[in-house]
Design a protein around this ligand. Sequence first.
Ligand code: IPM
Ligand code: MG
Length: 355
Amino acid sequence: MKYDIALIHGDGIGPEIIDSAVEVLNHIGSVFSHEFDYTGVIAGGSSIDKFGIPLLEEELEKCKKADAVLLGAVGGPKWDTLPGDKRPERALLGIRAGLELFANIRPAILYPPLADACPLKLEAYGGAIDIIVVRELTGGIYFGKRERVGDTAYDTMSYSVSEIERIGRVGFETARKRKKKLTSVDKANVLESSRLWREVMHGIKSEYPDVEYADMLVDNCAMQLIRNPGQFDVIVTENMFGDILSDEVSMLTGSIGMLPSASMGSGSLGMFEPIHGSAPDIAGQGIANPIATILSAAMMLRYSFDLDTEADAVENAVLSVLEKGYRTRDIAGSSDKIVGTREMTRLIIEEIEKQ
Ligand code: IPM
Ligand code: MG
């Protein structure tokens, strides 16, 4: 089979980690006889430098035509002083909205060999962390009306019943395939949009009697994730709460450099990216952790192309390399073998070959 992938290298460490993911994909392609074709898409800071805006319409079109989009990271201090609608991050939001990718899936697994990198005591997490955050991605305060009037500024958080229902169902369906436990996170004691969120979730929960359902306020959830992360299976929440909680969850796994994500709409077209940023402080040094991007490519194989065996091969290879004690700097302990981006990529490919 042939698959068309729109490739967004982006800024900072983006190009280095995308190169790693492409190497891994090409290897998977040759082992399993698939052809991956890549179309470069310019977005973010590099697009601002070249075209003056974060995302050209024709670049977005390339994403729409592809079978999947793989993105490194966008942004950096160079563009920090630009007004909100001209910043590199707009490209990301533009693609999410343009492709109607309303469901952001962020799995956080603490790999046993990385247990030491988890900042919690073993008793607190019971030896295992395996949480998926399902984050609403095209609504809420990220896309509501915002304005500056005189010395005041406001942003609006709004949700419709249908927006809540479709992400709510992704939450239930995701939980159904796992430990069947769904926590819906909101701020219903204060926000009207959260009260609607809760009402809608309660309206659909009877359709999923096999899933254990609970509501949780977002401040409590932030605390519970540190107190007892083992209690969570799938968390479903609105856009900004999901942004914040997924960074918190990532740290439980040792490093934000480990976490992949998938952003899906109603069909098979998705965008896959690490949840971390462009890390301009370490760009170009060859030391960035490519694992989150490589695992994002694995999610692409699974979610957009339905290639579960191939995705398993990548994920197992990552685990084997970690088990052998190889680490990039961000996840290294004192006894680990520290490797750079390229070396880590090569080790992962070697493990794929051995399977
Ligand atoms: C993320 C990032 C983005 C977000 C930024 C870069 C716009 O933090 O994907 O979590 O807030 O959604
Ligand atoms: Mg974020």
